[in-house]
Ligand binder design. Structure first.
Ligand code: FAD
Length: 213
């Protein structure tokens, strides 16, 4: 879906279009993307697209996990990340772009545009910020992180939200940047909740995604 030609919508050859752009492909961002994409066969999903942009600094890369529910005890965080990326790759509706988002802002009207350091752009209807609780280098939004409420270390950050991870109706925060404590299950759980909020908007009613045994 990348590389649409320039047209009246202002998109260029290096512009990608998405219904949801997730900035950050760690525990929170990938969980959000997997849950959204898992609904791709629903009628109301209607061919929508999810793009994750990630530059490879997830805290999971430093972890060996013994207490993450459902994860084989002792698994390396790198293996867990790789498995989640492979899981996401099973869905046609999802794409991962490697790179750093330097700027994200609103276009006139409703959509967002994000610019990567490569010059590539992503135009999206909804934006999920899942960049972790250690760094914030995305310029252009009207929201700036505050000190994290649940971590006993300086320089940890979070973005305030409405209690269900919404900053604006179409702008969400996931993972530890949403204020969760530093556990894989918490970061991934917030990502899944954000996904369900997005899917519920698309479905026009409260929903979730289950598969039967
Ligand atoms: C040493 C260590 C050990 C740990 N051990 C455990 C454990 O045993 N059990 C447990 O449950 N948890 C453990 N954790 C915690 C777990 O790793 C985190 O809770 C989880 O990774 C947080 O997920 P996140 O999505 O918020 O952030 P991350 O997983 O850190 O992901 C954030 C992602 O955003 C990307 N990003 C940021 N800014 C940009 C940008 N501008 N453009 C593009 N991409 C961007 C980064 O590259 C990164 O991949 C450990 C963490 C560490 C550091």
């Amino acid at each position: 879906m990348a590389g649409r030609a320039a047209g009246g919508n202002g998109m260029t050859a290096s512009t990608h279009a998405a219904d949801v752009l997730i900035i950050g492909g760690g525990a929170g961002g990938l969980s959000c993307a997997i849950t959204i994409a898992s609904a791709e066969t629903r009628k109301w999903f209607a061919g929508r697209r999810v793009i994750v942009v990630d530059d490879g600094t997830s805290d999971l890369k430093k972890a060996r996990l013994f207490n993450a529910p459902g994860v084989e005890p002792g698994m390396l965080g790198t293996e867990l990340l790789e498995g989640m990326e492979q899981q996401l790759a099973r869905y046609e509706s999802a794409t991962i772009l490697r790179g750093t988002v330097q700027r994200a802002e609103r276009l006139p009207g409703r959509r967002f545009i994000a610019t990567l350091e490569s010059g590539e752009e992503v135009v999206a209807e909804e934006l999920v910020l899942a960049t972790g609780y250690k760094r914030w280098d995305v310029e252009g939004l009207d929201h700036v992180p505050e000190p994290h409420p649940r971590i006993g270390k300086a320089n940890r950050i979070h973005l305030p939200h409405d209690g269900c991870y919404r900053i604006e109706p179409d702008l969400h925060v996931a993972g530890l940047l949403a204020g969760g404590s530093s556990q894989f299950a918490i970061a991934a759980g917030i990502g899944a909740q954000v996904a369900v909020e997005v899917l519920s908007r698309w479905a026009g009613r409260a929903t979730h995604v289950h598969d039967n045994a």
